[in-house]
Design a protein around this ligand. Structure first.
Ligand code: NAD
Length: 249
């Protein structure tokens, strides 16, 4: 993988799941890494582990739905580790509720956690990236925006919106050498997914019976795409979506 030495990567929702593997892999390739999450225990433990192994990592507790506080954490990360040159907009929440039962408050929360913070984080880091000669913004989309998933209206609407955000920001920020791309994961069996879908031990059965994913890959491959999009190797790619779904779509 390309070296990311000299870059500062910021990840939202970096304490577990795909975000955690992004944080680990970005640090392994030499990037300075800062991340936020609601889960203080996991976040602090991960940052400590990375710092102990010689990386430079910073964890801060933040709720991405509180934009004022969130942007202050982004600015604080830049003060401590230097201008952010890679932004991974990853945090999300896919609470399942039938369409008819979604309240105004729930809708607003779903939009806030699943698309609003992407926009304001990009707005906060763009001047830093511009000053540093460029940067890479990576938005985490979802295959659900392309298929027919029930009971996920706010999540799916947000994920579809993220693809539009990616295109318009890619167009607008191109003149500053800031690239904006969207990764579309298929089904990645993170700890949380495993808790939701299966009892321990059922997983082999689940995979053997699954017809959706011909490649039978459910792992943390998303982080490899993050590395490539973060690196200068992908300098000619912006405004695009990158499907990593084991062949599902
Ligand atoms: P996850 O639930 O395992 O991890 C999400 C992390 O975000 C958690 O650490 C959580 O604490 C944090 N988070 C949630 N709300 C937050 C908030 N308000 N403020 C700060 N942190 C918050 O999720 P995941 O499966 O790793 O998903 C990561 C990304 O990939 C998401 O954008 C998700 O939509 C996308 N995705 C995942 C899959 C999959 O199969 N796992 C499929 C398609 C898309």
């Amino acid at each position: 993988y390309p070296s990311l030495r000299g870059k500062h990567a910021f990840v939202s929702g970096g304490a577990s799941g795909i975000g955690e593997s992004d944080v680990r892999e970005l640090a392994a390739q030499g990037a300075k890494v800062s991340f936020v999450d609601l889960d203080v225990e996991r976040g602090e433990k991960l940052a400590q582990e990375l710092n102990d192994s010689g990386a430079q990592a910073l964890f801060q507790r933040a709720d991405v739905t509180d934009i004022t506080d969130y942007v202050s954490k982004i600015n604080n990360a830049a003060e401590q580790l230097g201008p952010i040159t890679v932004l991974v907009n990853n945090a999300a929440n896919d609470k399942r509720t039938p369409f008819a039962d979604v309240t105004v408050d729930q809708w607003d929360t779903e939009i806030a956690v699943n698309i609003r913070h992407h926009f304001f984080a990009a707005q906060a880091v763009a001047p830093m990236m511009r000053g540093a000669g460029g940067g890479s913004i990576i938005n985490m989309g979802s295959i659900t925006a392309h298929l027919d998933f029930p009971n996920l209206t706010g999540y799916v609407a947000s994920k579809a919106g993220i693809e539009g955000l990616t295109r318009t920001q890619g167009r607008e920020y191109g003149k500053w050498n800031i690239r904006v791309n969207c990764i579309i994961p298929g089904w990645i069996l993170t700890e949380k997914q495993l808790e939701v879908v299966a009892q321990p031990g059922d997983i082999e059965k689940l995979i053997s019976e699954d017809q959706k994913i011909p490649n039978k890959l459910y792992g943390e491959d998303i982080a490899r795409m993050v590395l490539w999009l973060a690196a200068d190797d992908s300098r000619n790619c912006t405004g695009q979506k990158w499907v990593v779904d084991g062949g599902w779509m």
